[in-house]
Design a protein around this ligand. Structure first.
Ligand SMILES: [Zn+2]
Length: 72
């Protein structure tokens, strides 16, 4: 079983007079799962895709499930 990391974007809550930005969260899914069901999601609101992706990769490495393949 190989887990992969992906990044999901969501819209920040709109506040008066402020343009909403995008927030990013890391998710992990099983590579062999054709539905790519979410197995894990980080609990942060990352401001950039890179931050979120690195967060996911760090989590994956902590799962000690053998070497992790990185993909964007
Ligand atoms: Zn995170």
């Amino acid at each position: 079983m190989a887990l992969k990391v992906r990044v999901m974007a969501s819209q920040e809550r709109v506040r008066a007079g402020v343009m909403p930005g995008l927030l990013y969260r890391a998710e992990a899914y099983e590579e062999a799962d054709r539905f790519r069901e979410r197995k894990w999601e980080c609990s942060h609101n990352h401001r950039s895709v890179e931050d979120a992706f690195n967060c996911g990769v760090t989590w994956l490495n902590e799962q000690s499930d053998g070497p992790v393949e990185e993909s964007a």
